[in-house]
Design a protein around this ligand. Sequence first.
Ligand code: ATP
Ligand code: MG
Length: 275
Amino acid sequence: MDNSIRLLISIEKFTFEEGDFSLKEIHFTVRSGEGIALLGVNGAGKTTLLKLIDGLYKNYQGEIRLDGREIRTLKPREIYSKMGLLFQNPEEQLFAERVFEDVAFGPRNMGWREEKVREAVKRALLLVGLEGYDDKKIFNLSFGQKKRVALAGLLAMGQEILLLDEPTLGLDPIVERNFIELLNNLKKEGKTIIVATHNVDLVPYFADRVVILSAGRLVLQGPTKEILTSLSKMTNYNLRPPLVSLPFYSVKNNLSEIPLTPEEAEILLNKLFLR
Ligand SMILES: Nc1ncnc2c1ncn2[C@@H]1O[C@H](COP(=O)(O)OP(=O)(O)OP(=O)(O)O)[C@@H](O)[C@H]1O
Ligand SMILES: [Mg+2]
């Protein structure tokens, strides 16, 4: 598998014009096909970082490179043909009156012929479980439905790198489950995915690595299992491990055996009870 570095993030400092928040000393790389979970409390800087990576804020010190090229030197089209951002708030993303128009916007902007656009929109709406919603007015949709339309807009573009800001926010449990399957399928296709999320219970399903931000700084990064079983460090940053893992700390003293998902817990419980 190609595991070249797609994103190199090396931010010395970024400060907003207003207020006193800064991102500082954020250094990490993302390889092709990797899944990264970006964790941190409210206001830690996850959304700001994703927007920087997507080339939306340019006045940072340091560098952000997409396939080796500084993001500030790329034309929007060069960025959007490879990488897309799902906004935390779908209201920021959606602007057309009806679902089809919105999802079709990106593909049309890429200059695809109409037939290809229609196919891409149809497939994307199917992937987010909104088939048949083409003519619905976005204004009248629920929050979770809007989030799914926004995701469809991204999927229709078929970009290789996806930056997802709180993608499961507002999704019902079944749709959330389907979304995790979708993420896994996208990963199998070789997509590179960075997900900012508070939904730590879902992180083990898609993340190879976890990056933790605290007060604008990168404070911890590593393989998912290693980070999610670092109880005291997670607590330091006001985070928690997946709930399902908690009861196992008193049962297992080998951290590598702590289950992070209900499925892993089931396997371990079967082993414990059958021995
Ligand atoms: N345009 C802006 N101008 C000034 N300050 C901003 C701006 N956007 C965000 N901030 C500030 O930057 C800080 C980080 O915000 P950010 O949205 O990146 O956090 P987050 O980790 O995504 O939080 P959440 O978990 O709530 O989504 C906050 O203190 C916020 O007030
Ligand atoms: Mg955010």
